[in-house]
Design a protein around this ligand. Structure first.
Ligand SMILES: Nc1ncnc2c1ncn2[C@@H]1O[C@H](COP(=O)(O)OP(=O)(O)O)[C@@H](O)[C@H]1O
Ligand SMILES: [Mg+2]
Length: 285
């Protein structure tokens, strides 16, 4: 279990004059739930877009299951098992749940054995949709039009879609931004379920309670850099909150050395930024 599912190394990305990523190194183990935290404009979404092939990095490497890869398009990263859940869930309102689960990848079957006459296999779509929603403990009628679903249910459909295509890594960018408290609880449950199914998750969130509820490890980004990487049980929410907003862990929490303001980025070596954790890939199962 020592090969990461995905390893991003020294990723740099500029948009014109804006440097979005300044050499980011992050890895995620198979089945791991990983929280990517940081203030607005820290570079979180850009990093995930580099990983999924929406953007090409200016510098750095991506390894997938130990093999160096390039993802020229999101479609190609999908074929390797990486699914991104977009903020708006990218669903078609006027279509039903099962069709949305298979959107763009509809299974076909031959009609009446006539060569060339192939139709969408709605029975298969419905069966598969029920199977993935069941596996997430989600009850939604596959025949319902998506426009009739709540925000939380839409999200479930988007996650179900990822599962239906054997995702090994599901990326959720700010999944709780538009959800009520009850829906957040459900998402936490679904994320835990994905873990039981052995699917790795990268969750980008502003909500530290949520990150701490689901994640095994977390990384904090600030101004295009990773300023801390931790196992969740070795830091407090308060420390992480300070790191996000000030780039330091904060005196109040470290407490014992009030005079010593610890700047995470500057106290440790550049290639293991702010990382008091074990070396990458060292978490034993
Ligand atoms: N397509 C783009 N073109 C120009 N600048 C961009 C683009 N995408 C992101 N940026 C800039 O890169 C920085 C990081 O953005 P982003 O990755 O969206 O941050 P986060 O997701 O952490 O809020 C920001 O300054 C943002 O304005
Ligand atoms: Mg973002």
């Amino acid at each position: 279990m020592s090969t990461p599912l995905v390893a991003l190394t020294d990723i740099k990305k500029k948009f014109g004059a804006v440097t979005a990523l300044r050499g980011v190194t992050v890895d995620v183990m198979p089945g791991e739930t990983f929280a990517l935290l940081g203030d607005n404009a820290a570079g979180k979404s850009t990093l995930m877009k580099v990983l999924t092939g929406v953007h090409q990095p200016d510098h750095g490497t991506i390894e997938w299951e130990g093999e160096k890869v390039t993802f020229p398009t999101p479609a190609i990263s999908r074929t390797r098992g990486i699914e991104m859940i977009y903020q708006d869930f990218a669903l078609a309102d006027n279509l039903d749940v099962r069709t949305n689960v298979f959107l763009g990848r509809e299974p076909k079957k031959n009609l009446l054995g006539i060569p060339g006459l192939r139709i969408v296999d709605t029975k298969h779509m419905e069966r598969e949709t029920r199977r993935v929603l069941d596996s997430l403990d989600i009850e939604i009628n596959p025949r319902l039009k998506v426009r009739r679903l709540s925000g939380g249910q839409r999200q479930s459909v988007a996650i179900g879609r990822a599962l239906a295509f054997d995702a090994k890594l599901i990326i959720m960018d700010e999944p709780t931004a538009s959800l009520s408290v009850a829906k957040v609880d459900k998402l936490i449950e679904v994320t835990q379920r994905l873990k039981e199914l052995g699917i790795a998750v990268i969750i980008i969130t502003h909500r530290l309670d949520e990150a701490f509820a689901v994640a095994d490890r977390l990384a904090v980004m600030r101004q295009g850099e990773v300023v801390g990487r931790f196992e969740v049980n070795e830091v407090s929410e308060h420390q992480v909150a300070n790191l996000i907003s000030h780039g330091t862990m904060g005196d109040a929490v470290l407490g014992h050395h009030p005079g010593e303001r610890r700047s995470i980025g500057s106290t440790l070596s550049a290639d293991q930024p702010g990382s008091p954790q074990k070396p990458m890939g060292a978490n034993e199962e």
